[in-house]
Design a protein around this ligand. Structure first.
Ligand SMILES: CC(C)(COP(=O)(O)OP(=O)(O)OC[C@H]1O[C@@H](n2cnc3c(N)ncnc32)[C@H](O)[C@@H]1OP(=O)(O)O)[C@@H](O)C(=O)NCCC(=O)NCCS
Length: 152
């Protein structure tokens, strides 16, 4: 399956804003909120927030945002998968797992050796996908979310 991460630009922004998850998946912020957070972070420290459209061929199926901020005092926030979603109509087709591979590849290509993420313990699908990609719980809980780490 060919999945590509395309940096957010004027051609894909509206499509990304139109994506959403199911009502019973309150595990991720809406994409408009994430994109404004990205703008805010990048205004302070350019390049620290990297938002991407997740593309399956020509179709935009999801959104992710990576943090790469070597200056961040909290090691968990330094290199992390900050946001990750596949649109409710595109879930369960393997896109999430394929995108996660690309995300991990992106971190590796940028010289990162440890990636963090966090998710709610109730997010059964998320937990499955993260475990399958090799992420492990650190045992820490932050804001009700379990922290996961992957050594690259
Ligand atoms: C989590 C998410 C990104 C995964 O993307 P996806 O495209 O749906 O995932 P895939 O189709 O690639 O894989 C789904 C896997 O989960 C499994 N799965 C589905 N529902 C499950 C459940 N309730 N419990 C455990 N595993 C489940 C599937 O069997 C499949 O695994 P398999 O290939 O080993 O059989 C997507 O579902 C999503 O956006 N969820 C809502 C937002 C979210 O939780 N984001 C992450 C926040 S940290």
């Amino acid at each position: 399956m060919i999945i590509k991460l395309e940096p957010i630009n004027e051609n894909n922004r509206d499509a990304v804003l139109a994506l959403s998850v199911r009502e019973d998946q309150p595990f991720v912020a809406p994409n408009d909120y994430s994109l404004s957070e990205a703008d805010e972070a990048n205004a302070k420290a350019p390049g620290t927030a990297r938002p991407f459209a997740i593309c399956a061929g020509e179709k935009i199926v999801g959104f992710c945002m990576l943090a790469l901020d070597p200056e961040d005092e909290n090691p968990v926030d330094r290199y992390c998968l900050w946001r990750f979603m596949i649109d409710k109509n595109e879930q369960g087709k393997g896109y999430g797992q394929a995108a996660l591979h690309e995300i991990i590849r992106y971190f590796k290509e940028n010289g990162v050796d440890t990636v963090y993420l966090s998710t709610a313990p109730a997010n059964a699908r998320g937990l499955h996908v993260y475990h399958k990609a090799g992420f492990k719980e650190t045992g820490e809980i932050e804001d009700g979310e379990a922290i996961f780490v992957l050594k690259l």
